[in-house]
Each structure stands twice: as structure tokens, then as C-alpha cells.
Design a protein around this ligand. Structure first.
Ligand code: SAH
Length: 246
């Protein structure tokens, strides 16, 4: 079983594959005016679609949701049908750095806990052409909450994601990429526990399911360490939702 398969299997039955919540999605949405029946939204790296469903339920626009993993998209498709939202959600398997849409196709680009896969600055730059002029982008991104922080947490995240940076520097990158920041807010602790708790609850049975192999134990241990780090150092970092206009 390769690493990607483990990720898929461990995460595919959860509502979210990263920190977030319905409240946070709605708060970000509240900064975007004039969403109507003609509004086209693009949800990039939608995962199993926690936020996609929130967007569909709380707007009247049309949402296109993309992700590279068909196993996650299947869950979203089932949920969309179950909520009778299939006509307002278009689901496509696609790579976020190889989008195949026409330029200026969307009024709103959404991406929760996913842009880091291609880098914040790279993603913001690449995605801009798909946004109409004056369109909005709402992305969540891991960020430092303080100007300095303990060496242990700094070393961990600089290794895992070298682009982690302060909110101030993230806002500067947003501007550099040609957007005007509209607002930002820090995701609260519930967003993180909602993400980590189902994973931690499922850890032992997951290890059992894969025959107590060293590979799966190591994989689970990485999740435990990351969760543990969060609870010890949550004052120093979080996901931050950034909302900006093109
Ligand atoms: N937005 C969801 C999922 C976040 S996890 C949530 O907040 O719950 C990040 C997602 O990005 C995963 O679903 C993963 O499959 C997807 N992803 C990672 N790299 C990608 C890429 N290069 N192109 C498209 N999707 C990608």
C-alpha cells in the first residue's frame, strides 16, 4: 500500500480533510457581496466537500468543485445527491495547477486547506486568470500568529511547509499577486479538533485493519505528532482565512 493510498483510506470517510468548520466557511462567505443565481464559484481542492455543501446550501450560485482524488469526489457526489444539490454542484477531477477552465470563468474562487499543495503564492498567481475582474478569492492557509515562536514548532513547520509565514507577510503576498485584501480571520480551535479528533479516534482500528505494519504505524504516528504539536503550540500558528478581491 503506498502513501497516497493510506492518505485516501484514512481521510476519505471524514467530512473534512483539513482544519475548518461550517461557521468559518459562512464567516468567509459573509465578506463576499452580491452572490446571485448567476454567480459561478470554484472550490479548489474540495476533498469530500464539507465546504462545498456549505457553499451550496447557503448561496444561490453554481459551484464547480475540483480535486485530484476521485475517491474524495465520490463522497461529495453522494452527499450532493442526498441533499438534492446535484444540479448546483459540478464535480470534476482536476489538478489545481493545471486547471482547464476558460479565463475569467468564475466570480468567486474558494479553497480551504489546499492551496499549500502548490504553494500559496504560486496558487494565487496561477488562479487569478480564472477569476473575473473584481471577483473574490477566499483561501485558508496555515500562518504564524506571532512574530517569533519556539524553535521546536518553527522547525517542524518550516520543514513540512517552508512557505508558512506571518499574517502580515501573507497579506503582502496577496497584494503582490494582484489582489486587494478584503478581510482575514484566524480559524478557531474547534476547526482543528473537528479535523484531528476523528483521525485520532480511528487510529487504532486503522492500524489493526492494515495488520499492524510498520508502514501504517509510522503513518499514524505522523498524524499523532502533528496533532500533539498543535495542542502544545496552538498559540503560535493556525489556519487563517484570507478573503481578497481581484
Ligand atoms: N477543502 C477540503 C480538503 C482539504 S485537503 C477541506 O477543507 O476539508 C486538500 C485537498 O487537496 C485534498 O482533497 C487533496 O486531494 C487535494 N489536492 C492535493 N493536491 C492537489 C492537486 N495538485 N490538485 C488538485 N487537488 C489536490
Amino acid at each position: 500500500m503506498d502513501y497516497l493510498d493510506l492518505i485516501i483510506e484514512y481521510h476519505k470517510d471524514n467530512e473534512r480533510q483539513g482544519p475548518g468548520s461550517e461557521e468559518a466557511t459562512l464567516k468567509a462567505l459573509s465578506y463576499i457581496p452580491n452572490i446571485n443565481e448567476k454567480t459561478m464559484l470554484l472550490d479548489i481542492g474540495c476533498g469530500t466537500g464539507g465546504q462545498t455543501l456549505t457553499l451550496a446550501k447557503n448561496t444561490v450560485g453554481h459551484i464547480t468543485a475540483i480535486d485530484m482524488l476521485p475517491q474524495f469526489l465520490e463522497t461529495l457526489a453522494l452527499q450532493a445527491e442526498k441533499n438534492n444539490l446535484q444540479d448546483r454542484i459540478t464535480i470534476k477531477e482536476m489538478l489545481m495547477d493545471q486547471l482547464t477552465f476558460e479565463k475569467q470563468s468564475f466570480d468567486v474562487i474558494w479553497s480551504e486547506g489546499a492551496i499549500y499543495n502548490i504553494g500559496f503564492e504560486n496558487g494565487l498567481s496561477l488562479w487569478k486568470k480564472y477569476l473575473k475582474d473584481n471577483g473574490y478569492i477566499a483561501v485558508s492557509e496555515i500562518s504564524w500568529l506571532t512574530a517569533t515562536r519556539p524553535a521546536e514548532v518553527e522547525a517542524f513547520w518550516l520543514d513540512a511547509y517552508p512557505e508558512i509565514d506571518t499574517i502580515e507577510n501573507k497579506l503582502a503576498i496577496i497584494k503582490k499577486c494582484g489582489y486587494t485584501p478584503v478581510n482575514y480571520f484566524i480559524l478557531d480551535e474547534k476547526c482543528w479538533t473537528d479535523y484531528y479528533q476523528p483521525l485520532l479516534d480511528n487510529a487504532e482500528s486503522f492500524i489493526k485493519k492494515y495488520g499492524y505494519s510498520d508502514e501504517v504505524k509510522q503513518f499514524i504516528e505522523e498524524h499523532r505528532l502533528e496533532a500533539d504539536l498543535y495542542f502544545r503550540f496552538k498559540d503560535y500558528y493556525s489556519y487563517v482565512f484570507y478573503i481578497a478581491r481581484k
